[in-house]
Ligand binder design. Structure first.
Ligand code: SAM
Length: 233
């Protein structure tokens, strides 16, 4: 580990999609732009009067949940499904020691989203560059995401971008025409991944029912159901 390819905290440089965020600073730069997206999302959520309950699907290194939770109180439930990324994220959680953070290590399928909807309610669902990772029809996944919380922060895959499931992205274009959405920002997808192609981040109004009330924390039942790994029970 004494090698210069490694950060002293045990993270390999030039490895991660997102910046690695530890207690107020990015200790490693990721391949994907994070900072501008963070500020756009923060600006959209900052007027919230009460603690937020946020679901971060495909959290990667937890950058958005960790950073948002330092500014906006609440419960931030991160889900990461890729084994080595989830292991690295668990390490990031321990280093941050942030009581707002919950981590589920789980490769989600559409049914998992429905199971989660049956047991937890969210103020904000973040689904950034994740829909095209699902095996089920993208439109169904998107529509289910819209039933999980009051608002959805959503970043669709871009057809021109040569990324995972490129063919499906082209053949299964998402129809967002009927949703009420606000463009928060458009930023390049990132140098190592897709050059300077711009990808939009939207804020979408979902559940407007005032009786849909969120509760802070997650139940032990949900934690077990979704393979919770942080905080330790
Ligand atoms: C393209 S990255 C996007 C990361 C982050 N949302 C962002 O925009 O910065 C997708 C992330 O989702 C994770 N992932 C992919 N499929 C998943 C699934 N079915 N369930 C949970 N996580 C998944 C990947 O391991 C990766 O960390």
């Amino acid at each position: 580990m004494g090698c210069s390819a490694w950060h002293p905290a045990g993270f390999r440089y030039e490895t991660y999609y997102q910046d690695v965020w530890v207690r107020g600073e990015a200790i490693i730069k990721g391949g994907r732009e994070c900072e501008l997206r963070f500020w756009a999302i923060y600006e959209a959520l900052k007027e919230t009067k009460k603690p937020l309950k946020v679901l971060d699907i495909g959290a990667n290194m937890g950058y958005f949940s960790l950073r948002l939770s330092e500014k906006l109180p609440g419960t931030y439930v991160m889900i990461e499904g890729q084994e080595s990324t989830a292991q690295a994220l668990l390490k990031v959680c321990k280093l941050n020691n942030n009581p707002s953070i919950v981590l589920f290590k789980r490769k989600l399928c559409l049914q998992d989203l429905k199971d989660l909807r049956a047991v937890e309610k969210f103020d904000v669902v973040m689904a950034l560059s994740i829909v095209h990772h699902f095996e089920e029809p993208y439109q169904k996944v998107f529509e289910t995401l819209m039933t999980l919380g009051h608002k959805l922060v959503f970043e669709p895959p871009i057809a021109e971008e040569h990324t995972l499931n490129q063919e499906r992205i082209v053949n299964e274009p998402l129809d967002l025409s009927r949703v009420k959405k606000k463009l928060l920002i458009k930023v390049p997808t990132g140098s190592r991944y897709a050059g300077n192609m711009l990808r939009p981040t939207y804020l979408i109004d979902c559940i407007s029912d005032a009786s849909y009330a969120t509760v802070q924390g997650v139940s032990q039942g949900t934690f077990r159901l979704m393979n919770g790994v942080y905080p330790p029970l």
